[in-house]
Design a protein around this ligand. Structure first.
Ligand code: DQQ
Length: 707
């Protein structure tokens, strides 16, 4: 039945076949639909305006005066649907400073449509579907499109990317919503062509999408989540929306929604701890990287802050603000980060515009280093003119030093040293350490040098692992005498903060271990590790332990005195949780192995054993962690020393994160995704002999976020 809405269907000079087909359909669907040329339309006559354009968008079709009238109409509360290449009008209409960067015609070879974000699964436009993947165009036609691909709208909120056949094209952003002034604008940049026939399902989906969009825009209802969040309350609503997901950690730092990777710019400033992180507001995938922001007074309770750093449409960071660090430049909080544009990645600098580190002023001279070093030559790849990024900056005797991660042509990864008097003019000094390609990786990302007095630690991330070197750093050279991994599992690109009382705390990115579609469906991706206190032991080795502040999160406790297990014995503990800390001291006696099984269903079908063996190995066995075929199931292992002493174990389970600390030295972080609601138990088991769990405590851990 036709809906009674006044829809103004816009065209430039005359209607094309495609516009005629679309607007004919609209007249059937809406009683009050009328065609109007842009030159003569009176916008306020309509509940909603729809501009569907299949010809290339050209600013000449929108003379300044017309554009101004439409802009005013929208700002005053009017609503506008832009489809296909009309989405490009957002720039001249002043709706967004950044228009779609990918426009043209494409041949559709398989059913194509929209990949909706989980955040908007219940949006009135999409609510008729119980899937996030909705095909709206069948194969065999060539249709126009206007999408965001390597940039993001500056103020628009992405509702959907693209689905092609069964494949998620996550970075082709095609449905975007704006709320300029009092108005609302929706852009659907592809897969809504009407003229050529398509098969029934696509046709129905396409009509539902456009009808829902027009009805939504013509009505007064606003969706509570729409809009790029500008404050903690709006970010909290996103967090709330995802809170029921049992895989979502509650006491690890996560993005409010969408994507998180490396920790950045860690700094204790004005009495508060600031954590920034690589963040993609477009969705749960790596792309269009901004800096997200969270603050804490105590290192365990965190508050969301609005996005701190965004790419500038005209800047050297147009395609992304990649990893960097923060320093105190005589009372001015300053960040150095990597700006990306096309195939160039170069260092940029920004200073805090306020004491809360909420916004940052980028230096007009960015990038502050314009040329890549040539001695040795930086590795050129398909993606980059030079693999050259990420920053670690410190001051010594009044001089600033900076490490940048790189790959070297014909060699392996390297940490390159620069020197400066003012953080802006940098002189190249050469690599402080370079790895060989076969054993240390082709590129070193996120290098960080930590000074422990007599000895120093350098860690680098080589695409696979975080490798650390212990030794001495002097006169621009690092002389390493030990090397190991900082973590043996899912942990990458860590960065550290010095606390006021002189401790080093390190956070790493805990990536997901499930496929991209599963991440998309979850609506979020990535977490940060717990803060780890790094220090050197008397024997010169590295100690890593959870920051003591974390005990603040402890709630209800289950404690056991010595538990003695015979060969084959299993003991179930009275734990029913997915967010807890377990602390145990394990003696193997003559057992071959002891297992602490977490996230275990009552029948044991789903469980994640953390296995300590007489071979001095800890394994997190994921073979039965999840019945979800999208989850990774391999076993992750690490060696633990000393061989014959009891093992002191601390395990932090949080939704899908299992973070293991052994003997305050070795770490293994794992991701697991139990599917069963009752996979919340913990049991102990011994194999091949007797074992003793000398002490055992389990604490429920509370949320780090206010709810
Ligand atoms: N992640 C950043 C880069 C860095 C990499 C991009 C490491 O700056 O090299 O998001 O995960």
């Amino acid at each position: 039945m036709a809906q009674s809405r006044r829809v103004g269907c816009l065209y430039a000079d005359s209607c094309t076949d495609e516009q005629r087909a679309a607007y004919d359909w609209c007249s059937d669907a809406f009683d009050g639909a009328e065609r109007r040329s842009l030159a003569e339309v009176t916008p306020s006559d309509y509940d909603v305006l729809w501009w569907h354009r299949d010809e290339r968008f050209d600013e000449r079709v929108l003379p300044e005066e017309r554009a101004a009238a439409l802009t005013e109409y929208v700002r005053d509360g009017g609503t506008l649907l832009l489809t296909l290449s009309a989405v490009a009008a957002v720039e001249p209409l002043g709706i967004d400073a950044m228009g779609p960067d990918a426009t043209g015609w494409e041949e559709i070879s398989e059913p194509t449509g929209h990949l909706w974000k989980a955040l908007y699964a219940d949006h009135p436009i999409q609510a008729d579907y119980d899937t996030l993947r909705v095909h709206t165009r069948g194969p065999g036609v060539t249709v126009p499109y206007a999408r965001y691909e390597s940039v993001l709208p500056e103020s628009g909120d992405v509702f959907a990317s693209t689905v092609r056949g069964e494949r998620d094209a996550v970075s082709q952003l095609t449905v975007v919503s704006w709320e300029p002034g009092n108005g609302r604008v929706l852009g659907i940049g592809s897969s809504v062509a009407f003229a050529q026939p398509t098969h029934d399902v696509c046709q129905m989906n396409r009509e539902t999408l456009v009808a829902n969009s027009l009805a939504y825009l013509a009505g007064d209802e606003r969706h509570p989540l729409t809009g790029r969040p500008a404050d903690a309350a709006a970010l909290g609503r996103w967090r709330e929306r995802l809170a029921e997901d049992p895989n979502r950690p509650i006491y690890h730092v996560t993005p409010p929604a969408n994507w998180l990777n490396d920790p950045n710019g860690l700094i204790h400033w004005n009495g508060r701890y600031h954590l920034f992180y690589q963040y993609n507001p477009a969705g749960p995938f790596h792309g269009t990287i901004h800096w997200g922001h969270a603050v804490s007074d105590d290192l365990v309770h965190w508050e969301d802050r609005p996005v701190a750093l965004s790419p500038s449409p005209d800047g050297p960071d147009r395609d992304g603000c990649w990893s960097g660090c923060a320093v105190d430049d005589d009372g001015v909080a300053t960040i150095l980060y990597t700006g990306g544009r096309d195939k160039r990645q170069l260092p940029c600098i920004a200073t805090a515009a306020d004491d809360d580190l909420t916004s940052w002023d980028k230096d007009p001279e960015n990038p502050i280093i314009e040329e890549l070093p040539t001695d040795p030559e930086v590795l050129r790849t398909e993606d980059w003119e030079g693999e050259f990024r990420d920053h670690c900056v410190w001051r010594e005797d009044g001089t600033w030093y900076q490490l940048i991660g790189a790959g070297m042509e014909g060699g392996g990864g390297a940490a390159l040293l620069y020197e400066s008097a003012d953080l802006r003019d940098w002189e190249y000094r050469g690599p402080i350490l370079a790895g060989d390609r076969d054993t240390a990786g082709t590129v070193w990302e996120c290098p960080e040098l930590l000074d422990f007095g007599d000895r120093q630690l350098l860690h680098v991330s080589n695409y696979e692992d975080v490798v650390y070197f212990l030794g001495t750093y002097e006169d621009g050279e690092f002389d390493a005498d030990r090397r190991d991994k900082l973590d043996h599992g899912d942990f990458y690109a860590p960065q550290s903060m010095w606390t006021a009382d002189g401790r080093v705390l390190t956070w790493g990115w805990i990536p997901e271990a499930r496929d991209l579609s599963a991440q998309w469906d979850a609506g979020w991706s990535g977490a940060l590790s717990l803060p780890r206190e790094l220090s050197l032991a008397d024997d010169g080795g590295l100690c890593q332990r959870p920051a003591p502040e974390l005990t603040e999160l402890r709630g209800y406790a289950t404690s056991r005195d010595a538990v003695r297990l015979g060969p084959g014995d299993t003991e179930r503990l009275g734990v029913d949780s997915r967010s807890f800390e377990l602390r145990a001291t394990v003696r193997l006696e003559d057992a071959e192995a002891v297992e602490v099984r977490v996230l275990e269903s009552p029948d044991g079908d789903e469980r994640t054993p953390i296995r300590y063996t007489s071979e001095s190995e800890i394994a997190v066995d994921r073979t039965r962690s999840s019945e979800d075929p999208q989850a990774t199931v391999d076993t992750q292992t690490m060696r633990v020393t000393p061989y014959d002493a009891p093992l002191s174990l601390r395990v932090f389970v949080d939704g899908s994160v299992v973070e293991v600390f052994a003997n305050e030295r070795h770490c293994l972080t794992s991701r697991v995704y139990p599917t069963r609601e009752d996979a919340t138990g913990v049991s102990l088991a011994a194999e091949g002999g007797r074992a003793t769990i000398a002490s055992l405590d389990v604490w429920e851990l509370q949320s780090a976020w206010e709810r």
